[in-house]
Design a protein around this ligand. Sequence first.
Ligand SMILES: NC(=O)c1ccc[n+]([C@@H]2O[C@H](COP(=O)([O-])OP(=O)(O)OC[C@H]3O[C@@H](n4cnc5c(N)ncnc54)[C@H](O)[C@@H]3O)[C@@H](O)[C@H]2O)c1
Length: 379
Amino acid sequence: MTTIMPEKPLGVALIGTGFMGKCHALAWRNVAAVFGGAHPRLELLCDTPQDKARAFAAQFGFARATADWQEAVRDPAVDVLSITVPNGLHRPIAEAALAAGKHLWLEKPMALTLADARAMARLASRHPRQVTILGYNYTRAPAFQAAVEMLRQGVIGTPRSFRGVYDEDYSADPDLPWHWRMTHAGGGLGALGDLGCHLVSQMLQLMGDVEDLSAITQIAIPERRAPDGMKPVENEDSALAMIRFKSGAQGSFATSRVARGRKCRLQWEVHGSDGSIVFDQENMNELWVHRAGEAGFTRHLTGPEQPDFSAFCPAPGHNFGFNEQKVIEARDLCRAIAGGPACGPDFAEGLKIERIIHAMAASEGRTIRLEDFENDQTA
Ligand SMILES: NC(=O)c1ccc[n+]([C@@H]2O[C@H](COP(=O)([O-])OP(=O)(O)OC[C@H]3O[C@@H](n4cnc5c(N)ncnc54)[C@H](O)[C@@H]3O)[C@@H](O)[C@H]2O)c1
């Protein structure tokens, strides 16, 4: 298969150098080495303060540094922006970048509120030549892609039921200090915005659109220590939902940031009329598949028969990692900019994900028909 990739180097600006900033930097440095095309020009790195930006520009290999994201948006040498800053900055930077004619790679969740996400999707629709992609990296894992392909080929028949969980324990310690992620203004939603949205991104590809849902949420640790005293936790530590898909299939959905012992338990199973598929991100190089008549599940290991695995490594069982998912995401973005297939989730598809997680946060046990859900509240 010929892969369309940019023939001329794309000028890149990266905003933010934390967990995701480094992940994007690694992807930009490796995308052409793995998938071909012109190597991107790493033009400008932005973080605050300026000396931090300068230090990370040197470490990540960017030519210049700034502490002002507006400079990155205006820079004529920049074609595409990687936005890896706290959620509250997503909308202002994304809107300014769209207005300035840039392509965008924005970390999830899209925005703090559903109203913000809707405004961003509307603006992006007025700039159809600019590519947008959201950081739903778990959908790029070769094992996940293999599962989607198995469903497409009918390996387990008609999907009837989805059971999905995304649990971590990064907030389980009650002595963990208060953080911006725990506020409506800084983080938006809690576990749903941080973790649940990833599970939704996979669920939509596996099961199709959602008809209706009902959910309950919980704030397990209502106050946290801050330098100026105790402060309230404003968004949910965990959520549970029941889902009906447009296909008629049903789903259960759970997410928590306070699930002791769980580190990246993005785990789901799909039960079909003729079999089942099981995946767990903590063992992201394997799928477990059962077909009717077999005694149990068979382990399918990732390997070079999966095209995005073979781009990295010719040998099966040699394992694929978290950061490599981001290189595939960068490939999808570069390919779309070069005129290849559209990449996603773009802002329009991202809005679907936001509508689901915000409906879960607002449900309080009520059934919400998704097409009717226009709630613009923060949570
Ligand atoms: N896709 C994933 O798997 C995944 C994983 C973790 C985080 N995220 C998302 O990535 C985003 C960032 O999260 P993180 O964990 O990397 O956070 P982080 O705190 O590690 O990094 C945030 C970075 O933004 C910088 N920053 C803050 N304000 C800035 C400003 N005004 N101008 C320039 N830089 C500024 C900080 O200095 C820091 O370098 C969030 O939206 C989060 O939801 C995605």
